[in-house]
Each structure stands twice: as C-alpha cells, then as structure tokens.
Design a binder for this molecule. Sequence first.
Ligand code: FE
Length: 185
Amino acid sequence: MALKLEEMTGLYLNQGAAQYGKEAVTQLQHALQCAHLAEVSGASHELVAAALLHDLGHLIASTAAGQATGVDDLHQFVAIPFLRGVFPAAVLDPIAMHVDAKRYLCFADPAYHATLSPASQRSLVLQGGPFDQAGADAFMAKPFASDAVALRRWDDLAKDPAAITPGWEHYQAVLGRVSGTLMPA
Ligand code: FE
C-alpha cells in the first residue's frame, strides 16, 4: 500500500492544481509554501517532509466530500497508510497530529482562533472544536506534539497566492533523503 516517491510526485504534479479548500492557493502551492516555511525556520528534514506532505490525504481522497458536505474528512489520517514504511515517525506523526494541533492551539493561545481563515474556523467545528485542559495535556504528552504545533503554524501561513518558493524537485530531494533514513546502512 505504500506509495513510491514517484507516485507522490505524480499526485502533486497532476492533482496539485486543485484549489486548497476555500483558500486562494492550489494544493501544490500550499504544500510548497508549508515546506518552505519549515525549511527557512531551520526545521529538520523530517519535519520539512511532513510539512510538504501534510495534506496528501486531500489528494488521495480528492472527492470534495468532507467540508463541502459538513462532514470531517479526517484527511490527516488518510495518507498515513500510504506513507508508513516509506518515512519514519518523525514524518508520519506530525502529519497525523496536525489537526489536533489546531485544536490544541485554540485552547492554549487565546489569540489563535481569530487568526484562522473562515474555512479553517468552520472545519475546526467539524474536527471537534478546541481541546479542553485534559485534551490539551494528552496531546502535548505525545511524541512529536511540538513538531505538529510548528507544522500547524506553517500550515496556517501557507495560503499566500503571491509567495515564491522552490519547486517540487527541491523538496523531492528532501523526501528521498528522509525516506533513505529507513534503509539499513
Ligand atoms: Fe494544510
């Protein structure tokens, strides 16, 4: 079930022209901007890869169900079976946790909710709303929780139609490097 790197590239280059939810950027622009923000922040290669691929579930599902019909599409989990065995937990976990990171930030940072786009505020309701104290504590106790929160901040910023980023090839090389870390030496 694991996707090859070429298949991930194919999904982004062939289907990445789709609009990113109700935002003013495409899925490919959003992915590249998110990875670029991670990279210029000095994130690890694993976290840059997670930033690039965090919405791969939208491309795999690409049914336009979910938000359009008022049902949570659970996209943060859709991609995981396709990435397991290709990438380490340092890539998979922040992807799986990037929606809970939004729920965490809405609890932990009183100013955060107002910074979300209207589309992201709507999807928050479908995703369960802000965590309470117990939910926030359980979230932060998990490995890679702080990476997921960092990814979430970049995710929220990666919606600028005028942003200039490196192309897919640049990040494809990062994916190759990170997937190589699973290979025996
Ligand atoms: Fe996103």
